[in-house]
Design a protein around this ligand. Structure first.
Ligand code: 7TS
Length: 414
């Protein structure tokens, strides 16, 4: 197991104070903090290698291109993909999902087809499918969840049919923390001939991932939630599926040739994978930062990351369970969830709770967390949410619980 106190030394921002109190950063599901190694890698790139990639024979372009390609390799190994050809760099998880919705949905789905999403999906796994369905006339149906915040597998099985073209699920819910059994869902989807797209925005930073072991077709995630910089994300897709898909964006670097024909317009041949899906100048610094973030996580070991966070969430659930006037959501068993806990204080809105916690130096997110259907299911408008990472400490949870106790007392006296 790693030493979280040693890890903290790598994160300069954790030395900050907020409102005179030591910063307690519990908003990692929104974005993680960045270690000095990632910050330095980006700085070094701009200081010593900055150049456009795949566009020249000069030394700087060669060096930048090599690092950019290495980053694809690192990501492929990190998630158990077969090769870098299955790794497409995009802006974030949202863009990765839109890529699939447009490249597959717009070109291959039509009337009579169905797309399944779940009630616990982030809006980014719901809205793109709805936008494309309005053009193509396929249906977007949702799969229910259980009262304790798991996917209702009976409902999933009953909605799967030969009309289902793709099943979209979050690997981990950004509100409930629930870890979904994506291997089982992939098997069910494949049995009816459907694809599966896993939204890994909240799982890839926190759990060991094995896309081949899970047998999933697509995985979307963001670099900024896993110690990397903002503006870089990943779409994993099985090579045989990606090679048959139409491109999402057109432009430079995604073609192998374009030639003007007098009568027929242009003849365009697309580039090899993954470049066919990476039109335009990419985020080279972001890719290098993400590679460094992966090196950092690999040094810790993703099994250890998971074990450490499970202990933090176990402790939180134990403490919250004993607090009158506080309700929290999702499975009670910490082995079924990641380090995310959404909660409400009786008589307070999520934003009020979050702003009171801010006075204690504790950063938590509030609102509907881009998962409004899930909040509707629990008949609440919003919630406050703590979400942990490798540098969070049990002592910080103690400070948070004591602050919550004071807030509950204060609210009941109003
Ligand atoms: N999918 C899930 C499950 C997410 O939690 C998020 C972001 C996204 C997709 C989108 O990620 P992006 O990097 O493309 O924006 N979730 C959150 C959150 O829970 N709080 O802020 C952002």
């Amino acid at each position: 197991m790693f030493d979280p106190y040693e890890i903290r030394k790598d994160f300069p921002i954790l030395n900050r104070r907020v409102k005179g109190k030591p910063l307690i950063y519990f908003d990692n599901a929104a974005t993680s903090q960045k270690p000095i190694q990632v910050i330095e890698a980006i700085r070094n790139y701009y200081m010593y290698y900055n150049s456009n990639v795949h566009r020249g024979v000069h030394t700087l372009s060669q060096e930048a291109s090599q690092l950019y390609e290495d980053a694809h390799d690192y990501v492929a190994k990190f998630i158990g993909a077969r090769s870098f050809r299955e790794i497409v760099f995009v802006k974030n998880a949202t863009e990765a999902i839109n890529l699939v919705a447009y490249s597959l949905g717009l070109h291959e789905f039509g009337e009579g087809d169905e797309v399944l999403v779940t009630l616990m999906d982030h809006h980014s796994n719901i809205v793109p499918w709805n936008i494309v369905s309005e053009v193509k006339g396929f249906k977007v149906k949702y799969v229910n969840i259980t009262g304790d915040g798991r996917i209702d597998m009976d409902d999933l099985y009953s909605k799967l049919s030969s009309n289902t073209r793709i099943v979209c699920v979050p690997h981990v819910s950004n509100v409930l923390g629930t870890i979904n059994d994506v291997k089982l869902i992939a098997k069910a989807a494949h049995e009816v001939g459907a694809y599966i797209l896993v939204d890994g925005a909240q799982s890839v930073p926190h759990l060991p991932i094995d896309v081949r072991g899970f047998d999933i077709d697509f995985l979307a995630f963001s670099g900024h939630k896993m110690l990397g910089p903002m503006g870089i994300g990943v779409l994993y897709g099985k090579e045989e599926i990606l090679s048959d898909m139409e491109p999402f964006l057109g432009g430079g670097d995604m073609i192998s040739s374009v030639s003007a024909r007098a009568r027929e317009g242009f003849n365009i041949i697309y580039n090899a994978l993954p470049w066919k899906f990476e039109a335009g100048t990419p985020n080279v610094a972001g890719a290098i930062g993400l590679m460094e973030a992966i090196k950092y996580l690999e040094r810790l070991g993703m099994d250890n990351v998971r074990r450490y966070e499970e202990e933090l969430v176990r402790y939180t659930i134990e403490k919250l369970g004993g607090l009158d006037g506080v309700e929290f959501y999702g499975p009670r068993d910490p082995s079924l969830r990641c380090g995310v806990v959404a909660f409400n204080v009786e008589g307070l809105g999520g934003h009020e709770t979050a702003s009171l916690l801010d006075d204690y130096g504790i950063m938590v997110r509030s609102g509907h967390h881009c998962a409004q259907p899930l909040h509707e299911f629990f008949r609440i408008n919003n919630s406050a949410r703590v979400s942990y990472y490798i540098y969070n400490l049990r002592e910080e949870i103690d400070v948070f619980i004591e602050a919550l106790k004071e807030i509950v007392v204060m609210t009941s006296e109003l």
